[in-house]
Design a binder for this molecule. Structure first.
Ligand SMILES: [Zn+2]
Length: 294
């Protein structure tokens, strides 16, 4: 099934639910950045989280940035997701591989590290961006993002994200976000019900791998609570706004001496985009034009 995002409500609008499938875009990120298994699982979970968080921003150009800096070997995990369904991201050390954890799963918590910080910036496209920081809970991403939503955005939330990756690549990836909205936030019972139901699930990817669709998954969780699924389905994809012109702009900032040096030593320059792994080749004539512009 193509990557997609759907929204729903339940309990007379007291519950907001979002589901996302990111199998293809996580596979795309794996290929682009040459990610290890555990790096694929980490970035896939973080990209699903970014899309889920961006899904409640109505402005067309709204974006959310997630930076996860733990004390594990993976280094920085960065995701940039938009309300338009685009997402991009990278991990600092994409080749890091770790043995499975005690549950026999990819050790995302060990790779990210259990100590450190999660930073989130919400930018609606104008005005001052909103930002928040929380300490990592487990480095497993889902719990860390949920902790951010509860403490920094004061919205009781349950978040479930997962990635299944093997020798044939990513075969399942996605997640669910369930939130109790302010009108029902005092309803402790509702929060308990959601936590209990999400807690009973053994993960998100087993549902996908069993052939369940997003509406079926939401039905299973919230069907008896007045679930209303919105008819609009949003396509989501890996996308980076980088271009050769932007790379040239960045090279220009290096200044004349450095550019001249690149022309003499390398007959040009090779620059890769940190966010998507795209490699751009600038030839000497491009660099000479930049020098003339300076
Ligand atoms: Zn790029």
């Amino acid at each position: 099934m193509a990557d997609r995002l759907i929204r729903a409500t339940a309990a007379d609008g007291g519950i907001r639910a979002v589901g996302v499938i990111t199998t293809r875009l996580t596979e795309s990120a794996r290929m682009r950045h040459k990610l290890s298994y555990v790096a694929t699982a980490t970035l896939g979970r973080a990209m699903s989280s970014g899309l889920l968080l961006a899904s409640n921003m109505k402005e067309e150009r709204a974006r959310i940035n997630i930076r996860i800096k733990g004390n594990g070997p993976l280094g920085l995990v960065f995701v940039d997701a938009g309300s338009d369904g685009t997402v991009r991201g990278y991990v600092e050390n994409p080749g890091v591989e770790l043995p499975p954890n005690a549950q026999g799963k990819l050790d995302v918590g060990g790779a990210v590290g259990k100590e450190g910080y999660l930073y989130v910036i919400r930018d609606v496209g104008y005005g001052y961006p909103y930002s928040g920081t929380v300490e990592l809970v487990s480095g497993e991403i889902g719990e860390d993002i949920a902790s951010y939503l509860v403490t920094s955005e004061q919205t009781p939330s349950a978040l479930l994200v997962g990635v299944f990756v093997g020798e044939e690549g990513v075969t399942a990836s996605g997640g669910l976000l369930l939130q109790v909205l302010p009108k029902a936030a005092r309803d402790e019972n509702l929060i308990e019900i959601l936590e209990e139901r999400v807690g009973k699930l053994t993960g998100f990817t087993p549902l996908l791998r069993a052939g369940k669709t997003l509406p079926q998954i939401l039905e299973q969780l919230l069907g008896d609570l007045g679930l209303v699924i919105f008819p609009e389905v949003q396509m989501v994809r890996f996308h980076c706004g980088c271009s050769f012109q932007r790379v040239l702009g960045a090279l220009k900032m290096l200044g004349e001496a450095e550019l001249q040096d690149m022309i003499e030593k390398d007959d040009g320059a090779e620059a890769s985009c940190q966010f998507c792994g795209e490699v751009y080749q600038a030839r000497s004539n491009h660099l000479l034009e930049l020098i003339q512009d300076l």
